[in-house]
Design a protein around this ligand. Sequence first.
Ligand code: AMP
Ligand code: TRP
Length: 356
Amino acid sequence: MSCKPSAVSCKLYVCICFLTTYSWRLISSKKRVVSGITTSGELHLGNYIGALQQFIALQSEYDGYFFLADLHALATVHDPEKLRKSIRSIANLYLACGLDPEQATFFCQSALPAHAELGWMLNTISTMGELSRMTQYKDKSAGNANDSIQAGLFTYPTLMAADILLYQPKLVPVGDDQKQHIELTRNLAERFNKRFSETFTVPDVLTPKQGARIMGLDDPSKKMSKSASSAANYIALVDSPEAIKKKISKAVTDSGTEIKAGKDRPALTNLLTIFSELEDVSVADLEKRYGGKSYRDFKSDLADVIIATLKPVQKTLEELETDPKYVDDILAKGAEKARPVAAKTLAEAKTAMGLG
Ligand code: AMP
Ligand code: TRP
């Protein structure tokens, strides 16, 4: 029998080569998005609606780089056990909420030293003035004397700029509270490109049209936050159905009895936004559905919608918790995929600044 390839197999080979090249081009021509979540506690509905839902909606259309911002967590968490637990629990939650490691690149920020290196380089082109104007820094340091404010809290946004610029993304999907940090990132990229040489893509921020700032259940004038002093402020993604029912029934409402959104009705606007985002129905339709009904009926249905959304997430979470190696492998593979991308930008930035 002849070992020479037949004409048919040659054609097949050419065809496979063409398809491989073409599909690779399709993948690599996808626009890139980058975002992260700080591993400093439990994730809540605000993170889910403002960030995770966006990541998951974008992952098939974009080349997504989504990471665990564990270096950022060091700005507030100095308890190693608490940090390890939060990293593990948020990694599991990303996956349980639907992040697909086959489509998106998922890793820990601390696995790539390039983040800290570029963070330092960007510190050297940032000013004390612009960093002191960051509202997150102002809120977190309020009431403390300069002597006791951690430098890491102050330079937090330059590390965030490094996280983003390393991957040359087109878009950065975040909640409302991070917009100012992305604006700073854009300024730093433009400054660097002008002062040294064209190195970084200047990314755009992407916030959801609705739900970019979910407010606290106990106080609708403040955002829902994992660092809130009371757990009544938020619904954690791991809260039990009983806890969810209790928190929603106790959630602050506005005066009056109408189930209506509006500038003068911040509490109901917030609850309606959560309902609308989780059930994919407009606020106007909900207002119609609950016209003439009581706060009690509305809240009871809202609690059911939240419980139904979180049920499959919590079920997957339970499974993932029994297999830590599975999640570790995904993070390790993600880091390996991110490494050359980050290394290329870092090398270009170093050369531009005169380091090599
Ligand atoms: P953090 O928990 O601060 O690390 O935030 C992770 C992501 O969730 C960021 O994109 C935030 O903008 C978003 N996020 C945090 N809190 C809220 C909130 N209350 N409403 C909407 N998005 C939020
Ligand atoms: N600082 C962000 C937050 O707390 C998390 C984060 C760190 C991030 N690096 C990032 C978000 C880069 C977007 C892009 O929400």
